[in-house]
Design a protein around this ligand. Structure first.
Ligand code: 5GP
Length: 176
């Protein structure tokens, strides 16, 4: 069930506007490709990229997700690859949330093998207490505690992605 609203829509909007400002300063002189990590980052990606003033290229990548549990499987497989050539480009990986860091580690290895000029990470949320591997998060929205969250793109068993705010979700309790 949806237990508690953690981040209201208005705060998400302000947080994303701040990241967009930071990115615009960083984008000066770069040849940027923004890569959305499907499906969870889709609303963040859309809202963020619409706020940027610099011209960018966008693409999408999808990896195996949790399925109907709230625990990382620890194994990540590629479902959908990007289609643009990122060799020599400045890549920005846009993630919904960095939890253990395992997904991001795999994405970074996959992308770096294609010889981009730079790779940076943009994440809406981070749960540092859960980190199992060290990964860079260059642009971050909000650090949260070790709670399972849904909404604004994040799901539980493919549900709740369309909630306009971030909620704490408790899967063990009776459904709402
Ligand atoms: P990691 O590989 O860092 O453990 O997990 C990354 C992915 O797991 C995220 O992109 C997201 O899809 C999923 N994930 C991690 N924590 C949460 C959470 O609290 N809620 C939801 N809905 N997904 C999460």
């Amino acid at each position: 069930m949806l237990r508690e609203k953690l981040i209201p829509a208005e705060r998400l909007e302000r947080v994303i506007a701040t990241i967009a400002e930071e990115l615009d300063a960083d984008l000066e002189g770069r040849d940027a490709v923004f890569i959305c990590v499907l499906k969870g980052a889709v609303h963040f990606f859309s809202s963020l990229t619409l706020k940027l003033h610099h011209p960018i290229v966008t693409d999408f990548i999808q990896l195996h997700s949790y399925g109907a549990t709230t625990e990382s499987s620890g194994t990540v497989t590629l479902v959908k690859d990007i289609t643009v050539d990122i060799a020599g480009k400045d890549v920005y990986v846009v993630e919904d949330i960095v939890d253990t860091g395992l997904t991001l580690l795999d994405i970074l290895a996959l992308l770096r093998a294609r010889h981009p000029r730079t790779v940076q990470v943009v994440a809406l949320l981070s749960k540092p207490a859960r980190r199992r591997v060290e990964v860079p998060v260059d642009f971050l929205g909000v650090e949260i505690e070790d709670r399972f969250v849904v909404g604004f793109g994040l799901d539980f068993a493919e549900r709740f992605r369309n909630l306009p705010e971030i909620w704490e979700f408790a899967p063990d309790e009776e459904a709402r």
